[in-house]
Write a protein that binds this ligand. Structure first.
Ligand code: DQA
Length: 147
């Protein structure tokens, strides 16, 4: 089974300290730790990455597409601006679930548009770190797993 690729974009390295009223107190390492546990229990390999650079995300999406590996993608602000990420998903036929910690639709209007959503298999917003776990459940439903 191909590994699940969890790809995080700009400023998500600041989680824990960044606008806690919006993003909560969990760090990206906390989110990773929960996924490491969940993936181990499900027998799924995990590749978990973060970058503040658009090109890194483009390369990682292409890599996952080539490997036919599922992607849980929180592209941060690039969600709302990046045609390059849109094209990477389209060009590599990556199987992407888009996630956001915050409910972007309850925030500024510039967060209401996503260049990713039209290409995503599904979109999960507003559940904090649980958004990532819900995406994992969507990719690997409990009833299809051994554990
Ligand atoms: C975010 C929402 C984006 O609008 C914002 O730019 C982020 C984080 C979220 O997870 O809620 O960086 O993707």
């Amino acid at each position: 089974m191909p590994a699940v690729h969890v790809i995080n974009g700009p400023n998500l390295n600041l989680l824990g300290a960044r606008e806690p009223a919006i993003y909560g107190g969990a760090t990206l390492d906390d989110i990773k730790a929960t996924l490491v546990e969940r993936c181990a229990a499900a027998g799924v390999d995990l590749i978990f990455r973060q970058s503040n650079n658009e090109g890194d995300l483009v390369g990682w999406i292409q890599e996952a597409g080539r490997a036919k590996a599922p992607v849980i993608l929180n592209a941060g602000a690039l969600t709302h601006t990046s045609i390059a990420i849109h094209d990477a998903i389209k060009g590599s036929a990556a199987n992407v679930i888009e996630v956001h910690l915050s409910n972007v639709y309850a925030r500024e209007s510039f967060r209401h548009h996503s260049f990713i959503s039209p290409l995503a298999r599904g979109v999960i917003v507003g559940f904090g770190p649980l958004s990532y776990l819900l995406a994992f459940e969507a990719l690997f439903p409990a009833e299809t797993r051994k554990t």
